[in-house]
Design a protein around this ligand. Structure first.
Ligand code: AR6
Length: 177
């Protein structure tokens, strides 16, 4: 019988998703057309360069909850995994769609044999998802998905503000005492 693989570690840090050089993949809070846009998507496309925009064209458009993987070009990572989170109050059921983003991103990372992945707080900026609700959904989804995630050993949530970091830390503690 194969020994059961050790569970992946999950951590929360304050920082910029474009400055995570020790992660195999970073997740983009994308728009449906996978174009640069603002927030995380703007920062990722600026750091990756125009080749990322060109690579995204073949995959667009995507639907809420969906994830697609590309190379990372100028970013210090191997891949970008682009997720379209739900617009809060418009895309239903928001909790399922936000969970799907995390589950689908982890599945793509596992299929690509990646060891590490970093997520921003998907949907909590321009898309308006309240941070505490989003943290609960995100943490619950990744804890469950990592139990079956093959190669993945490390998962990181990268939060832009100290307040958002505190909220994600609390959600993580409540799921991993
Ligand atoms: N690193 C980490 N977190 C960041 C960064 C960064 N560089 N920049 C912003 N955040 P958002 P969404 C935080 O709006 O809500 C875009 O225009 C931010 O404080 O990027 O999913 C796309 O084109 C917030 O907590 O993503 C879409 O149209 C979180 O990341 C739309 O916005 C997500 O903010 C996607 O909206």
């Amino acid at each position: 019988m194969q020994p059961k693989a050790a569970l992946a570690t999950i951590e929360c840090v304050r920082g910029d998703i474009t400055c995570q050089p020790d992660m195999d993949a970073v997740v983009n809070a994308a728009n449906a057309e996978l174009r640069p846009g603002g927030g995380v998507a703007g920062a990722i496309h600026r750091a990756a360069g125009p080749e990322l925009d060109a690579a995204c064209r073949a995959h667009a458009p995507i639907a809420p909850g969906q994830a697609v993987i590309t190379d990372a070009f100028g970013l210090p990572n191997r891949h970008v995994i682009h997720c379209l989170g739900p617009v809060y109050g418009r895309d239903h059921p928001a909790e399922t769609l936000l969970g799907d983003c995390h589950r689908n991103a982890i599945a793509l990372a596992g299929d690509a044999g990646l060891a590490s992945i970093a997520f921003p707080a998907l949907s909590t900026g321009i898309f308006g998802y309240p941070i505490a609700e989003a943290a609960e959904v995100a943490v619950q989804a990744v804890v469950a998905a990592l139990a079956d995630a093959g190669s993945l050993q490390r998962l990181r949530f990268v939060l832009f503000s100290p307040d958002d970091l505190a909220v994600f830390d609390a959600a993580l503690r409540s799921h991993q005492p």
